[in-house]
Design a binder for this molecule. Structure first.
Ligand SMILES: [Zn+2]
Length: 92
């Protein structure tokens, strides 16, 4: 489980590499899993899941990661825990 927050700023709006349909598609192909629920541990939404851009909180790790989030969680401003894998965003 990782403590994260949503990335802010324009970097969260850039497009995934062209071989992926979306950031969620990127996460699913990298993990070999189907993103069926929001990754936030205090949320169980199964509808409208997107590949959210998050960063770790309380860590020296500044990597940008993709993890499945529902749209409301993709817009939350607090810190929260996710139980889904964090897949690093590729360097541009
Ligand atoms: Zn959620």
């Amino acid at each position: 489980m990782a403590k994260v927050k949503n990335m802010t700023g324009p970097d969260r709006f850039h497009n995934p590499p062209s071989e992926y349909d979306s950031w969620l598609d990127y996460w699913e192909k990298k993990t070999g899993k189907k993103a069926s629920t929001c990754g936030a541990t205090d949320c169980s939404t199964t509808k409208g899941i997107v590949g959210g851009h998050v960063v770790m909180v309380g860590s020296s790790d500044t990597t940008h990661y993709i993890t499945p989030l529902c749209r409301p969680c993709n817009n939350r401003a607090d810190t929260f825990y996710v139980s889904t894998e964090l897949i690093p965003v590729p360097e541009l």
